[in-house]
Design a protein around this ligand. Structure first.
Ligand code: GLN
Length: 538
């Protein structure tokens, strides 16, 4: 029967609960267990799909088309296991389900309340849909004591009581701050946070304590005594240079042993971490460096492009090269000064929404096209490259995207219907924004002999999408006659999926998001090839 690890955070946010969960999952998997990770998000949005990337970071899209928290990206990258819509839920979704049920009359006249109705809904989300998985790790977003997180904390407390004995373990992640004037790491914030958790009926089995320097044993003993957590289960989590060092670091501190011990599992094979460590050592010993410009409009918050920078890191390690990212704010290119692009080895224009910055992205694509600089355009980055080629290569002077209002020549236009799993999906012109894009994994056919087919080594691929607009097939013949080839399409041939420029060393646009499927142990071929091209090795 499945065992559950409930992961809460205390003291401050941003302690890396997602990475801790992903690392523990990796360690348990490396010991031969099957593991799944779920994230409970306390905010009221139904999903993060409509939230600004500059506030919430990237929206991670799953194969089955859910728009989820970026932590799911870490889970996938660390475990290699694709996440699904059953792995992330928000307070908004919980309440939406409950209100729909109430309107249908499913509660048979009962007064609908936080306990038991909201907590039951949370519990069934936690318990459902994972069959025979050995461990489910369940991360609660936010910090213990947050008013929004209360129903989640209460639901996992109830589960501790309802699951068979030794089937629920509570892991609490906290911080010991260093106080320079005292020259000490302080235990008090952790004590308070554990007290808060205990007041809610949860007693942590394992404390994972972040600190910027080694925690003296006397302080661990103090935490053990005051927090009533056994000494060996106070696990120190020291800062590391790179998130990929976390699994091995936590293993050395005994995290996985302590979790298994808390379940009463005293024998489990040692984890085999060879492949992971090999990736780390490749990444840590680059033989050369390249500079890639990312031209975007959410460059103020790096989390907005999390999967992208991770994918470049995977490709860097695969090429044994280091990739330095130059963040270029798209709008800064709009006055015609492209000096920010002069020193870079390659240009990447990522996904994006809305008109602001689009002319800067178009200028970046033009610079790459005219100067033989390797260019990768992802989703919006492909659309803007096509607009650019239409205007400046094919002479369609008023080419634009209908995303910005009426375009003279709508080279990129609104998609209102497309094929999904053999049936047609339809969207009204003025429909709601949430969850209505073309989302999730779709197959595509690549043209035999094209650059992109050579990169993938196949002509049939499946990649994840998140877009409302598409390149307009009506302009295909014209653009192809000027060298911009539509090298990949949807299987029915109606939607352009990839473009490439003939005669250019490496110029590729993709309508999907390849970065979502790149992993340290399975770097994405497009990124591997792009980084190789940046290094002049293509
Ligand atoms: N805004 C564009 C669209 O909706 C591109 C989306 C994206 O880059 N993910 O089609």
């Amino acid at each position: 029967m499945t065992r559950y690890v409930f992961i809460t955070g205390g003291v401050v946010s941003s302690l890396g609960k997602g990475i801790a969960a992903a690392s523990l999952a990796l360690l348990l998997q490396a010991r031969g267990f099957s593991v799944r990770i779920k994230k409970l998000d306390p905010y009221l949005n139904v999903d993060p799909g409509t939230m600004s990337p500059t506030q919430h970071g990237e929206v991670f899209v799953t194969d089955d088309g859910a728009e989820t928290d970026l932590d799911l990206g870490h889970y996938e990258r660390f475990t290699g296991r694709p996440a699904t819509r059953m792995d992330n839920i928000t307070t908004g979704r919980i309440y939406k389900n409950i209100i729909d049920k109430e309107r249908r009359g499913d509660y048979l006249g009962a007064t609908v309340q936080v306990i038991p109705h909201v907590t039951n809904e949370i519990k069934s989300f936690v318990l459902d849909g994972h069959g025979e998985t050995d461990f489910v790790l369940c991360e609660i977003g936010g910090t213990v004591g947050d008013i929004e997180a209360m129903p989640f904390v209460e639901a996992v407390r109830q589960l501790g009581n309802e699951l068979p004995r030794r089937h629920a373990v509570y892991l609490h992640l906290t911080l010991m701050p260093w106080i320079p004037a005292a020259g000490e790491l302080k235990t008090k914030p952790t004590q308070h946070s554990v007290k808060e958790l205990q007041a809610l009926g949860i007693h942590p089995d394992v404390l994972l304590v972040r600190a910027d320097r080694p925690i003296p044993d006397a302080e661990r003993k103090k935490l053990s005594l005051f927090c009533n957590v056994r000494h060996s289960a106070v696990v120190q989590a020291l800062d590391v240079a790179d998130i990929h060092d976390v699994p091995v670091a936590y293993h050395r501190e005994g995290l996985d042993d302590e979790v298994l011990e808390a379940f009463g599992i005293d024998f489990a094979p040692r984890p085999s971490l060879d492949a992971w460590e090999a990736f780390r050592s490749r990444a840590a010993s680059p033989q050369g460096a390249v500079k890639v410009a990312i031209v975007g409009k959410y460059t103020g918050l790096k989390d907005a492009y999390k999967s992208l920078t991770e994918a470049l890191g995977h490709a860097a390690a695969a090429n044994r090269i280091s990739v330095e990212v130059d963040w270029v704010e798209a709008e800064s290119l709009e006055d015609g000064d492209l000096s920010a692009l002069k020193e870079v080895d390659a240009i990447l224009v990522p996904g994006g929404f809305g008109e602001r910055g689009s002319e800067g992205k178009i200028a970046a694509a033009r610079h790459a096209r005219e100067n033989d600089v390797p260019y990768l355009g992802i989703c919006f980055g492909m659309q803007m490259a096509v607009v650019e080629a239409a205007r400046n290569l094919a002479g369609v002077a008023d080419a634009g995207s209908s995303e910005f209002g009426r375009a003279g020549s709508p080279v990129v236009g609104l998609m209102t219907e497309w094929e999904k799993d053999g049936s047609r999906e339809r969207r009204p012109q003025d429909g709601a924004l949430g969850g209505t894009m073309r989302l999730g994994a779709y197959p595509a056919n690549l043209e035999d002999g094209s650059l992109i087919a050579r990169i993938y080594g196949t002509t049939r691929i499946s990649e994840r999408h998140r877009h409302r607009y598409e390149v307009n097939m009506a302009y295909r013949d014209k653009l192809e006659s000027f060298g911009l080839k539509f090298s990949g399409t949807s299987p029915d041939g109606r939607l352009p999926e990839t473009v490439e420029l003939e005669g250019h060393p490496w110029f590729v646009g993709v309508q999907y998001h390849p970065e979502l499927k790149s992993r340290p142990l399975e770097p994405h071929p497009l990124f591997v090839s792009f980084v190789a091209a940046a290094a002049g090795r293509h």
